[in-house]
Design a protein around this ligand. Sequence first.
Ligand SMILES: CCCC(=O)SCCNC(=O)CCNC(=O)[C@H](O)C(C)(C)COP(=O)(O)OP(=O)(O)OC[C@H]1O[C@@H](n2cnc3c(N)ncnc32)[C@H](O)[C@@H]1OP(=O)(O)O
Length: 318
Amino acid sequence: MLMMDLLKAGMPAISGITSLLRFTALKNLLSVPSMLTARLMSSGASQPDLLAIRDELEKFEGGSVDLEMDDHSGIAVMMLNNPKRLNSLTGKMMVDMANHITALENWSLGKGLVLVGASGNFCSGGDLTFVRKALHYGEEMAAFQHDTLTRLLNLPLVSVALLQGHTLGGGAELSTACDFRVMSSSARLGFVQIRMGLTTGWGATTRLVRLFGRQKALAYLTSAKVFSAEEAEKEGLVDHVLSYALQPEEELSVCKDWLATNYCKHDANLTQAVKASIVQCDLSGDLVDSLRNERQVFGKFWGGPAQKAALEAKIKHK
Ligand SMILES: CCCC(=O)SCCNC(=O)CCNC(=O)[C@H](O)C(C)(C)COP(=O)(O)OP(=O)(O)OC[C@H]1O[C@@H](n2cnc3c(N)ncnc32)[C@H](O)[C@@H]1OP(=O)(O)O
């Protein structure tokens, strides 16, 4: 794809950064394969054509992902914005997120990132309108999301997901691609994919085993249990539960303060260096192998009879 085509396609809303940074982000998107892609290439596995998948996903419109980068505090806020559908992700939102992560990879003043959903909901998974139209495209979408979410996890910033309202299916997967999870006292969190006739499509099996061990990962994924904040904290699934006295609109600023005062109070260069060193310790070949396997398993179920029956049933994951 030519640079001009990308420019025509348009980068999503980014505020607080210079046009130079936009250009750098675009250049990187084109010329520097992500860490995951580079590893796929070096391992000799067939390389997913992420630019072609990006073009395809972008056709599934609806919602946006918006980014604000505050150079003063060094804290960015990335907001999932599809509130009428509880911030479930369309293909276009996946592309927005990938582009923003490229911008964040290049943010020299950055220390931290809050991932949040608009209007008091984190994310209720894949947008089911998109899902129904993309039943032929599971493994490709999974490859794109694996790349994006591995880059999110490996950003040189300390990241936190603010879980408000519903965090379900793919939304729960997103939350595991952040370093920390802060949960609203009334929120609900569940890896409900199995009830939707699916395995994880966005890399959460691999990340859950690394975060919590195989037994807990197995329990979360096979039970499809939807956790209250109290239960999630007891499990260690979330790092902090917010006071019940807060209104949803106050919770973002409290979460930002939690991140700033605990993990982003020191120099940006040092904070980035610490995170980058931790990422280096964690870069083993088996991450790539595990994600590839996860994607292949997911591809066997996506568009299959169990998923179609679940979509017909219009399940509510209460
Ligand atoms: C690779 C991806 C794999 C996955 O993510 S699998 C998981 C996919 N997510 C789901 O199946 C969630 C299904 N929805 C639900 O369980 C319930 O809507 C939920 C989240 C418990 C909320 O229940 P309520 O509070 O009663 O609200 P509600 O059902 O009236 O929802 C409000 C409006 O949001 C919509 N919505 C919620 N989740 C959605 C989704 N994932 N995709 C598309 N639309 C979604 C819902 O249809 C409703 O819209 P409307 O007002 O009826 O037009």
